[in-house]
Design a protein around this ligand. Sequence first.
Ligand code: OGA
Ligand code: MN
Length: 211
Amino acid sequence: MNRTHSSAHSDAPRDEGHRQILDTLQEHGWSEQDNFLPHDLTLALAQECAGLAASGALALARVSQGAARALQPEIRGDRIRWLDAGQSAACDQYLAIMETLRTALNRRFFLGLEEYESHFAFYAPGDSYRQHRDQFRHDDSRIVSVVVYLNADWLPHHGGELRLHPEGSSMRDILPVGSRIAVFLSADMLHEVLPATRDRLSLTGWFKRRT
Ligand code: OGA
Ligand code: MN
């Protein structure tokens, strides 16, 4: 089989998927899309995240930055672990997909995004993250926020919505359904994570400009 042809062919659905994300982001300042990751990859990432949680390898997340950096589980209750290149085949595959989204964002919006940082996040039942924006007060390097969900068979009554509060329009709830991606502008979008009745797994990340 002609390799060049076959890889060009298999990229077409991804390019179309990216185009839809970019169109909606441009129009509303946020976007969501289902089946962003292949099902098998979502499964592998979910297993890795659950394994890290079970072995105590996730650390309680902190709020703010610099001297103000603090543990405040009543504000933010998730446990996280930052991703490193080479940590697993699944993470590398995920990072490669995010790299295609970074390129697409730059091509469309000329954002000059140079880096992507991402962590696993694990919310136990009842954990939440109160209303916040993702850009820090003294560091505007985070430009675009993305959350990819890793939860099989998530139903509305499980809760755990990502609640967006877009300026000037009504709030929007996004259920953390496996393989779904949520994308929004880090500086503008006020948002929160509502408590769930079951474990809530995700990969959260930020496309950044170099500072
Ligand atoms: C965050 C965040 C949203 C989500 O980690 O900053 O807002 O749906 N996450 O997990
Ligand atoms: Mn956030």
